[in-house]
Design a protein around this ligand. Structure first.
Ligand code: Z15
Length: 837
């Protein structure tokens, strides 16, 4: 409402169309053109949203040229391609990234300025495309960006959810509330509907084996819905290559339920069409938990079936025999969510292509690759057999057949080992029986990988141990995520000043080092250059002020920018131990309260930031948010401490918020119980931006420390091999917390006593620690507090701190998603870069 317009001068707008063509004037022309035609708005009378739309459409024109060229060359040359199947793509905003990748940011800034707009305000109009929950979804987005930047023929396949991840609100009491995310309401200039690309997808019905000595069957009846393609352009950085992300939308089939219609049940027929549209209506907001909902299984089949049909059609255009399918196609399964692709490809090959079973299985097991992202038992997908039989009767038959042949081969290798057969069966016994999707993904794939060294070792020694013994170790590998951080978005785009300092210091154009992040290592000698250090520190300071400004304008809080900024931002989960962090904050608060004025003088002020969403049904995680918010309320108002300790929970964490938070962090926390965080990926982004790491010996933290040196990170806590034993002790020989960890007991008792209000409310949360303590807070609390003290002490020596910061950035080369995607391309998919002329 505060926006003022018309903007700029009418004459400038009118003259714009008559200007001689330069790079900038052709931009203003195309902008004005889109205002008048695509948007049908009056020029010189436009708000920021309209300006965003016009700019986006104009940039899109540029992308489309490259996108068409890329598609054409892939079709002509028919190289082997890879497909990344992911139920989540957490893309964030597109315009800024597209401008940077096209190398047109400065020109557009100038162009829109002439017409009276600021490019920052325009960029700020864009809504995040938040079709994901957290790390897994952001990783997929980074991999698409890197594939295009490395000129690799890779397409993504996902779902076009009408509603992305929910918007998080915090109630007056401090509870998380969820609101829908209608991200498409303003229209989405980055997608192209492909009404000509659609497939019919069947559910339910009957499967009948032909019984003619072949493995064939027919599948008929049930419900049929349409999958319609929407294409999203994925531009590479400083290259013409522009790949595609194809998202499927569900629609009723025309003439859908004619039976109801003919029976005079018109509303009934419309109802059924609603049920078709429901399939892609919403992203499931659970992370690391499965709920066994029929609609979720429908999403998974709908998406994998449409994607496979599309991939197969493209392959058939090449005119090669079906047995050569794996020479032209590699399909990466992002977690077990797309595992139904395995029985679906078997069904197509057997029932529709009339291939013998062994040929079909040969093709399948040379096509798929499976990435595991967690070893937490509650996150491993299992689907009830009765549900599968009902929804996908033919696939259930195929899974039984795969299982029978598989167990026969296990029996052959380990004769008489009944336990082993039970452990390895694709079907878990019980009421109901369940299909173990990770096992199906494993045996149906060419290679299986974890996402960091430690995690990949755990996959091999825990959840897939029997499969390693049976299939051999060489099938199981590691590709350290190194990803999730796309250097361009995370360094150049959200930290432009640091980026130009690096270019000028290294005397290397950013076009070079942004595409070869190992170049950053050349920064190391500059740790001894005082002027460089000063500039480095000044940039961090400005990023902190930018964050403070953002918080001031959006939430109204005034943040002390002379403090150390301490950040933990990630999904709320017990294994990630936000609870350990908030209990540490309370410990610090209580300690400060007991200090004399003289003692306090020596304390460095600290601001602690939290952000992250909890799954709507995850009670303990939501209670943690409530505790954080209420602790913040008390300590931020306490005159004894508020200059030395502030605490903020920033609502509605998103990719865009991360882009402001990450460059402003002095220290970030990655404090999962050892062995639980597969990799973590924000840890890499913080470090790339010169923030130091406080963490456990877990996931990619370990490899980060190997790169930057242990003296530049702050590690604490028990190691992975100790965890099992500690848990055993908790269960069978529990020690009272008062005895084991008095400092923690004191903090828990203060919360129980109502120091932060709501005396009784937090008991269920506190009891997770007092009883069982599955995530070992009582074992790690003391060493956590000691590590925090070491951070404080290190921060007092600013010269050394800045050196550590520079060293950290300098050694982040390994964690570029370019490196990760090249590993997949070379060692797994066997695909090659394609130069787009
Ligand atoms: C998710 O975001 C991750 C794993 C999962 O199993 C699910 Cl369901 C969601 C994360 C891991 O927790 C994180 O450690 C890893 O860095 C990320 O996937 C990308 O591999």
């Amino acid at each position: 409402g505060k926006e003022k317009w018309p903007r700029g001068e009418e004459k400038v707008w009118k003259d714009a169309m008559r200007d001689v063509d330069t790079e900038v004037t052709s931009i203003t022309k195309s902008f004005v053109n889109h205002v008048q035609t695509s948007l049908a708005r009056q020029p010189y009378n436009l708000d920021n949203l309209g300006a965003y739309q016009a700019a986006a459409l104009s940039v899109r024109d540029n992308l489309l040229v490259n996108w068409n060229e890329t598609a054409l060359q892939y079709t002509r040359k028919a190289p082997k391609r890879a497909y990344y199947l992911s139920l989540e793509f957490l893309m964030g905003r597109t315009l800024d990234n597209a401008l940077l990748n096209l190398g047109l940011k400065d020109q557009y800034s100038e162009g829109v300025k002439k017409l009276g707009f600021s490019v920052e305000d325009i960029l700020d109009q864009e809504r995040d495309a938040a079709l994901g929950n957290g790390g897994l979804g952001r990783l997929a987005a980074c991999y698409l960006d890197s594939s295009a930047s490395q000129e690799l023929p890779v397409w993504g396949y996902g779902l076009r959810y009408k509603y992305g991840i929910f918007q998080q609100l915090i109630s007056p009491a401090g509870d998380q509330l969820e609101a829908p995310d209608p991200w498409l309401d303003n229209q989405n200039p980055w997608e192209l509907p492909r009404l000509d690309v659609s497939y019919e997808i069947r559910f339910y019905g009957q499967a009948e084996r032909l019984g003619d000595g072949t493995p064939r069957a027919t599948w008929s009846g049930g419900q049929e819905v349409l999958a319609v393609a929407y294409d999203v352009m994925i531009p590479g950085c400083y290259t013409k290559t522009t790949n595609n992300l194809r998202l499927w939308e569900s629609k009723p089939k025309r003439g859908f339920d004619l039976n109801s219609f003919n029976a005079g049940n018109y509303e009934g027929a419309v109802e059924a069409s609603n049920s078709a549209a429901a399939i892609t209506s919403v992203l499931y907001p659970n992370d690391h938990t499965t709920f066994g909902k029929e609609l979720r299984l429908k999403q998974q089949y709908f998406w994998t079936a449409a994607s496979l049909a599309d991939i197969l059609r493209r392959f058939k255009n090449i005119g090669k025999p079906i047995t050569e399918f794996p020479d032209y196609v590699a399909i990466q399964l992002n977690d077990t969510h797309p595992t139904l692709a395995i029985p679906e490809l078997m069904r197509i090959l057997i029932d529709e292509e009339d291939q013998p079973w062994s040929t079909a299985w040969q093709i399948v097991t040379n096509t798929f690759f499976y990435t595991n992202h967690t070893v937490l038992p509650e996150a491993l997908e299992k689907w009830p057999v009765p549900l599968m039989e009902h929804l996908l009767p033919r696939h259930m038959q195929i899974i039984y057949d795969i299982n029978l042949l598989f167990l026969q081969s296990v029996e052959k290798k380990f004769p008489g080992d009944r336990d082993r057969l039970g452990r390895m069966s694709l079907i878990e016994e019980g009421f109901p029986k369940q299909v173990r999707m990770a096992y199906l993904a494993c045996i149906g794939s060419r290679k299986v990988n974890g996402v960091a060294e430690l995690h990949s070792d755990l996959v091999k020694t825990t959840i897939l141990k029997d499969f390693v013994e049976f299939e051999g170790i060489s099938k199981f590998g590691n590709v350290t995520n190194g990803s999730e951080l796309t250097p361009r978005r995370w360094l150049d785009q959200c930290n432009p000043e640091l980026s130009s300092l690096i270019s000028s210091t290294l005397k290397v154009d950013k076009a070079v080092w942004l595409k070869d992040l190992t170049r950053l290592e050349a920064l190391l000698p500059f740790t001894e250059d005082e002027a460089f250090r000063k500039e480095w520190a000044a940039i961090k300071q400005r990023n902190k002020e930018r964050l403070a400004h953002h918080v001031q304008t959006t939430l109204g809080f005034t943040i002390n920018t002379n403090a150390m900024f301490d950040v933990q931002i990630k999904r709320l989960h017990e294994y990630k131990r936000q609870t350990l962090n908030i209990l540490g904050v309370i410990h610090r608060y209580l300690t400060l309260k007991n200090m004399s004025a003289a003692e306090k003088k020596k304390v460095n002020p600290r601001v602690v930031f939290f952000a992250g969403k909890a799954a709507p049904a995850y009670y303990i995680a939501k209670l943690t948010i409530r505790l954080i918010v209420n602790v913040a309320r008390i300590i931020n108002e306490d005159p004894d401490t508020k200059d030395l300790l502030q605490l903020y929970f920033l609502p509605d964490y998103s990719v865009s918020l991360a882009e402001v938070l990450i460059p402003a962090s002095d220290i970030s926390q990655h404090i999962s119980t050892a062995g639980t965080e597969a990799s973590g990926t924000s840890n890499m982004k913080f470090c790339l931006n010169g923030g130091l790491l406080l963490g456990t010996v877990d996931g990619a933290n370990i490899e980060i420390a190997e790169e930057v040196g242990e003296s530049n990170v702050f590690f604490f806590g028990h190691l992975t091999p100790a965890v099992e034993d500690l848990r055993y002790q908790h269960t069978y020989h529990p020690t009272p917390i008062e005895e084991k960890c008095p400092a923690l007991a004191n903090v828990l008792n203060q919360v129980s006593a109502g120091l932060f209000g709501d005396a009784h409310v937090y008991e269920p949360l506190l009891n997770t620690i007092r009883q069982g303590d599955h995530y070992l807070l009582s074992d790690d609390f003391d060493s956590y507090i000691a590590a925090l003290a070491m951070v404080d002490e290190a921060y007092l020596d600013q010269t050394e701190w800045v050196k550590k910061s520079i060293r950290t950035t300098a050694k982040m080369g390994k964690f570029s998603s370019d490196r990760a995607i090249n590993e997949y391309a070379e060692s797994y998919w066997n695909i090659e870069a394609q130069k787009i002329a």
